[in-house]
Design a protein around this ligand. Structure first.
Ligand code: SF4
Length: 312
């Protein structure tokens, strides 16, 4: 299993989402955002990850970010997570861009020219990552980018081969892009109707309605509600149901460069939606009433406010 999903994998998720029904009450659909229990009681707009990152059980994280407006302090673990997320979206973009670019420049796309262009992008990606993720040891950073980019080149190259072998008539770029890179990464959703920010971004979206959420650390209990947050916002914006999400846990070993991917297709049930709404209400109340909830029994070592809340 790769973190760069093939059309076959995506089709399998779509098949499950279309054939296994999920019972969702109409009142828990995002398009009922103006009624109880979805209607936000406060005007504060928050990010899905701020509510569901699970770093801070007391939600002091939200208080510091939105009320005190304290700058977050990056740490190595957070940067590593961000880098893995960025590799996911950048490689997906590179696959689409290279199909378009080669087709426009040369009029004909071959698996060889695609692979060559993809590999040529790698050095630029390494340099950009080095200047952005300065807390990651350089050797580990280069290994991660090399590993993930090489894997992406192989996977997308195989997908292109497969698409071209289906039919010679698929040489125009648009259908090829849809077959080679079927996931839309960093998918923007307007969350304002359900008390979220205007430009929340799901890690991935698969038409006609599957949300992808990636986690690069062992998943925390709160993380699972992120899928419900994106689903509610999507339903509120588009009046179209989202019944399933795919929760992808990427386990990457920074010392050896090996990784495993655990995707889990997850029904977005009433219980998940209710859980998300309760967390949203709690977080919004803290912001609206400017209540400092104080420290939880245990702070997460990845929290960007660790030094602020626990000064030496
Ligand atoms: S350091 Fe602790 S109290 Fe402060 S935001 Fe993070 S988890 Fe919460």
């Amino acid at each position: 299993m790769s973190v760069y999903y093939s059309l076959e994998q995506v089709n399998e998720w779509v098949r499950v989402a279309n054939t296994k029904s999920v019972q969702v009450s109409d009142e828990m659909r995002g398009w009922r955002w103006h009624d109880y229990p979805l209607q936000p009681a406060y005007s504060a707009q928050l990010g899905v990850s701020d509510i569901t990152n699970g770093l801070c059980d007391s939600f002091r994280y939200v208080y510091l970010k939105y009320v005190e407006r304290i700058r977050q302090k990056d740490n190595e673990e957070l940067q590593k997570g961000s880098l893995l997320h960025e590799m996911h979206s950048k490689a997906n973009e590179a696959a689409k861009r290279n199909i378009l670019k080669i087709h426009w420049e040369r009029g004909k796309l071959t698996p060889e020219s695609f692979h060559e262009s993809f590999v040529q992008d790698k050095q630029k990606v390494v340099e950009q990552a080095k200047s952005k993720y300065t807390l990651i040891p350089q050797e580990e950073l280069e290994r991660a980018v090399n590993t993930l980019w090489t894997r992406a080149a192989i996977n997308y190259g195989a997908a292109l081969n497969s698409a071209l072998s289906v039919s010679k008539h698929l040489e125009s770029p648009d259908p090829l892009i849809a077959l080679v890179a079927p996931v839309i990464t960093e998918y923007p959703i307007d969350g304002t109707k359900v008390g979220l920010t205007q430009a929340i971004r799901a890690d991935g979206f698969i038409p006609p309605g599957i949300i992808v959420e990636i986690k690069t650390h062992p998943p925390l209990e709160a993380n699972k509600y992120a899928l419900a947050g994106y689903a509610l916002a999507y339903e509120a914006q588009h009046n179209s149901p989202v019944n399933y999400g795919v929760f992808v846990h990427v386990e990457y070993d920074w010392k050896t460069g090996s990784f495993t991917v655990h995707p889990k297709i997850t029904p977005i049930t009433d219980e998940m939606r209710q859980g998300f709404i309760e967390m949203r209400d709690q977080a919004q109340k803290i912001v609206a009433q400017k209540i400092d909830p104080r420290l939880p029994p245990k702070c997460n070592s990845r929290c960007p406010y660790l030094k602020h809340c626990n000064p030496p």
